[in-house]
Design a protein around this ligand. Structure first.
Ligand code: FES
Length: 486
């Protein structure tokens, strides 16, 4: 009887992104059966994985060690009802496996007796053959094959994952993610960059209604919004109040840029990070009760003491309450001057948005080139982080064409390149000859027709770049541009 594992679970077990495994499947180095990986195949392809180096066990131990920190414990472990349901399911699996083993044991005993019975009136030759079969069976039953220990460790790891997290697939979009700890379905979706519809996030508005197509969920937060009996019968739940017990498939709408309403909020400054005399990041903390809904690459209006400016968001929608905008210091820009000179933590800012449709095409599996001109790095940073959280692109190349502000987050880009084997960082020094630079860049992509390109900069820079990329084979429809002010 083979033990089959879904690809996403394999990715978690071996610590590799899903797209890397998909690449191995396409290349023929990892075999699958109906989209599932057999345990034997897993052990064969990843012999270097230390199955007994149980990071998840250690994490649980660390959590226990910090048990005095009640909030940590509450967040990291599943809700108690969910935990009980998952342990029950595990108990059922264990009981089924044990019953099957007992059955196999009985079959073996019966076989043994049958051989005795047949032996009595057969020829010496047949008796010898029966002896050989019995010896073979007994020897193999007594010997634990070397792979069995590894298989046991791998299955134990998988079981722990199943207790600590549950896999969720959203239909019809096909987005997939894990719900860890005591997150609700909505919290986990947002943490993974999946922009599901929601409003209040605390059970009042009903905007996060969705339908469970398969699997089991449990209510982990009370909600005031009342679901009709007919909705309950059809499997409708509130994503902000429920958590998955096991692998679930949910029918829910994933919002596009046009579906997200403009929101207004009064928020606090978390910090001002001045990179250099030309560029600063303003880190904003949304109120606990009102997280900002947006997609990577969109913009917001920020107002401080009556001064207002529109800025590309540089953070990831997966970042809970944190919103980052990057503010270039330009002559005569009073808001920028305030940010650089006087704004401090806990000051109040007004945020209105999001705006714009410079967002990822989440349906595209193509490799991506990101092109950031100067301060155009802000929306590109947001898009890259969003793509990372969604594990979207097969490969990502970032070309950052610096202006006077330089590559002010060079370390961050290098860290991405170090951490991800599908991410390349290619910084380009400021130049007066943009055409020569663009020519040099496109020459490195003889197969541009395979790519998506996301570019952010001034309108003039974007038009020049578009001509080079489309001229060298990029499909016009795969050019996505977001203009930022000069
Ligand atoms: S988001 Fe309002 S009820 Fe779930």
């Amino acid at each position: 009887m083979s033990h089959l594992l879904p690809l996403s679970r394999v990715a978690k077990l071996v610590g590799q992104p899903r797209h890397a495994l998909q690449e191995m499947i396409r290349g023929g180095t990892l075999a699958t059966f109906d989209g599932l990986v057999e345990l034997d195949e897993l052990l064969r392809v990843f012999p270097e994985v230390k199955w007994d180096d149980d990071a998840e066990f250690r994490r649980v131990q660390e959590i226990k060690d910090k048990a005095f920190a009640k909030r940590v414990l509450e967040r990291a472990l599943p809700d108690k009802d969910v935990l009980v349901a998952r342990l029950n399911e595990l108990g059922d699996d264990y009981a089924a496996a044990k019953a099957l083993l007992l059955h196999y044991g009985n079959v073996m005993t019966w076989l043994d007796e049958k051989i005795d019975e047949i032996e009595e009136d057969t020829s010496a030759e047949t008796r010898h053959a029966l002896h050989t079969v019995r010896a073979f069976l007994l020897r193999n039953l007594a010997e634990v094959p070397p792979d069995a220990v590894l298989a046991q460790a791998a299955i134990a790891q998988e079981r722990i994952f199943k207790i600590m997290s549950a896999h969720v697939t959203i239909q019809p979009s096909g987005h997939a993610f894990y719900v860890d700890g005591n997150d609700t379905l909505l919290e986990a979706a947002l943490r993974n960059g999946v922009s599901l519809n929601y409003g209040c996030s605390n059970g009042n508005c009903g905007e996060c209604k969705a339908r469970v197509l398969s699997g089991e969920v449990k209510k982990v937060h009370a909600h005031d919004y009342v679901l009709k009996q007919s909705e309950k019968d059809a499997g409708v739940i509130l994503l902000c109040a429920y958590a998955p017990v096991n692998e679930v498939v949910i029918e829910a709408n994933v919002a596009g840029a046009r579906d997200i309403p403009v929101q207004r909020m009064t928020a606090k400054v978390k910090s001002v990070e001045v990179f250099n005399p030309h560029m600063a990041a303003l880190h904003i903390l949304a109120p606990r009760s009102q997280r900002l809904r947006y997609l990577g690459g969109q913009s917001v209006d920020v107002s401080i003491d009556g001064m207002r400016g529109r800025y590309a968001i540089a953070s990831c929608p997966c970042e809970d309450r944190h919103i980052e905008v990057q503010i270039p210091r330009r002559a005569g820009d009073a808001l920028a001057e305030t940010v650089f000179a006087t704004l401090k933590a806990n000051d109040t800012v007004e945020v209105v948005g999001p705006y714009g449709e410079f967002v990822l095409d989440e349906d595209s599996p193509r490799p991506v080139i990101f092109l950031a001109f100067g301060a155009g790095f802000a929306p590109i940073k947001s898009l890259i982080q969003h793509a990372m959280s969604l594990e979207l692109a097969e490969s990502m190349d970032l070309h950052w064409l610096a202006d006077a502000a330089g590559h002010y987050q060079d370390n961050l880009c290098r860290a991405w390149a170090d951490a991800l084997d599908n991410f390349n960082y290619l910084p380009h020094a400021p130049t007066d000859d943009l055409d020569a630079l663009l020519k040099r860049i496109v020459v490195d992509y003889p197969d541009l027709h395979r790519f998506d390109v996301y570019a952010a900069g001034s309108a003039a820079q974007l038009e020049r770049a578009r001509q080079y990329f489309v001229g060298e084979g990029l499909h016009g429809a795969r050019w996505f541009a977001g203009a930022v002010d000069d």
